[in-house]
Design a protein. Sequence first.
Length: 545
Amino acid sequence: KKGGIVTGPLVRAAPKNAAEKRALRRKVLSRDHAVGNLVARDGKAVLIYCFLAHGSDPRAVGQNIRTVVARYAPADKTYWGGGPFIAAHIYDSTRADMRRLTPWAVLAMVIVMMIAFRDIRGTCLALLSTGFGIVVSLGLMAAFGVRINLALGSMPIILFAVGSAYGIHVLARYYKLAQTRDVEQAVIESLETVGPTVLAAGLTTVASLLSFMTMDLAPMRSFGLFTAIGVLATLILALTFVPAVITLLRFRGRKVPGEAAGLRVLEVIVAFARKRRMGVSAALGVLCAVGLVLAFNVDSRIELSNLFAHDSEPARAERFMRARFGGSTFLQVHVVGDLRRPEVLREVRRIGDKIRVMPGVASVTHVATALAIANEAMEGQRRVPDSPDKVKLLLALLSGDPSVGQLMSKDRREALIQVKLRESNADAQEKLLARVEALARRDSRAIEIVDVRTSRHKARRIRLVTTRLASLWQDADKPLSDDQRNSLFVSLAMLPRGKPDKARLVAALTRFLLSEENTVKIDDAAKARALADKIVALGGPRGGV
C-alpha cells in the first residue's frame, strides 16, 4: 500500500451497526482537541457551532437551524444557545409581554384619567394623543428597518406612561379654568400657565433619552433615539393637537369631587414644612446624601443569565453548556502577523498557553493547535512545525477546512485565539478580561531573532516549555500553582547543556525508519541502523530562532 496523509472530517459517515458505533465512539473520544469542545467527555452530548455570515438575519437563520436539526434528529433532546436564539427568545418574549401588559396598562391609565377628569372625551383625547406619538416612533422604526430588541421591546409602554403626562397636565389645567371662563380663554390661559412647564419637562426628557446615543451598545442607542422621538411627538401633540380638539369640541369644565379635600391636605403639608424649615431641610439633605452614596454603588453591569427566567430556553442552554462543555461565553484575541512563519505560530501558542492557565478559562483554541495536530500526522510529534516550508505544506492541507477558516484569515496575516470562559458572572469575566488585556499589551511586540547558543535564547525556550507544560496540565484538570510553575522553570534551567547521547539518537531514529510513519519502506534493521548512524553523524543545528 502507498503511504500518504489525507485530511478530512472526524466523522465521515454514520455508523451502521453496534461495532461501528463503538469504534466511532473510541475514535472521537481519543481526540483530545474535540473532547470538551465538540463532544462531552462522557460521549453523551455533542455541540454544533454555527457562524453566521455578516449582515444575516439572526432570527431567520436561527429558525432555519432549528428546522434542519428537527429534520435529522427529531427525537434527540436539544438546547439552543448563542446570539440568534437569544435574539429570537427576546423578540418572542417581548411580543408576548406586550400583548399581555399593554391592555392592563391602558386600562390603568383610563381608570386614573376617568377619576381625575370625570369626562370620557378628555380621557379618550389624552389616550389618542399619546397613541399618535407611539405610532410616529414605531413608524419611523419600520421605515428605517430597525428590528425590535430587548430595550426597544419596552418602548411603547414607557412612551405611554411618560408621554401621556403632557396631555393630562394641559387637560387638568383646562378643566380647572373652564369652570369660570369660556373655552377659548381657558385654553389660552392653560397654555400660558402650564405650557412652559410642560415644554421644559418634555425637552429635558428628550435630551436625557438622546444621551443614550453616546453609549457603545447599539440596542441602547436605538432605544434612546426612538423613545426620544416618541416623547417629542407626544409633547408637540399635547401643546397643539389637544388644545385644538378642546376648542373644536367645546369641552366644558367639571368640578371634581374631593378636589377641595386634596387641596387642604397639600396646605397642611406646606404649612408643616414652613414651620420646621431647618428640620425638613436637614432631613432632605441626609436623604439626598444617602441616595447619592447608594447611587454610586449600583451595579450597572448586565449579565445575560439574570435576564431570563430559570426555566427559559436560554437559561437551560447556559446550564447545559456549563455542565457539559465548560461554558458558553467566548473571548476572542485578535493576532496580526505572518502566520506562515513558525516563530509567529509559537508566539500564538505561547499566548494561548498563558491564557489557558488563567482562572476561569475552560479552553483555548487557535490555529497553532490545528497545525500541531496536522504535524503529528506528518512526523509523529504534536508541535508547531520547525520550518516555513513545513508550515506552508500543512496550511495547504488545511486550507479547505472551514473550522480552520474560523481561526485564521485567508491571507495568513490575521488570527483569532478563541477563549472559552467558565464563568458567566460579570465580575469574574471583567477580571479575566483585564488579565488578558494586560497580557496582550505586555506581549504585543515584534519577534526577535537570536542565536540558539546564547543564554537568552535558552531562557526563552525554557519559558516556552514551562508555559506549554502548564497548559497541558490544565487541560488534564491538574492545574499547577504559581510555585509549581516556578519550580518547573528552575528545574528545566538546571538541566545540563551537554551534547545529546549519540546512541539514544541512533536508536530512536532507527525505530522511526522501521515504523509505518516513514513513507520510505525499510525492512532491514541493519540498513535502518546504518542510515540512522549516518544521519546523526551529520550533526545538529547551528542556529535557529
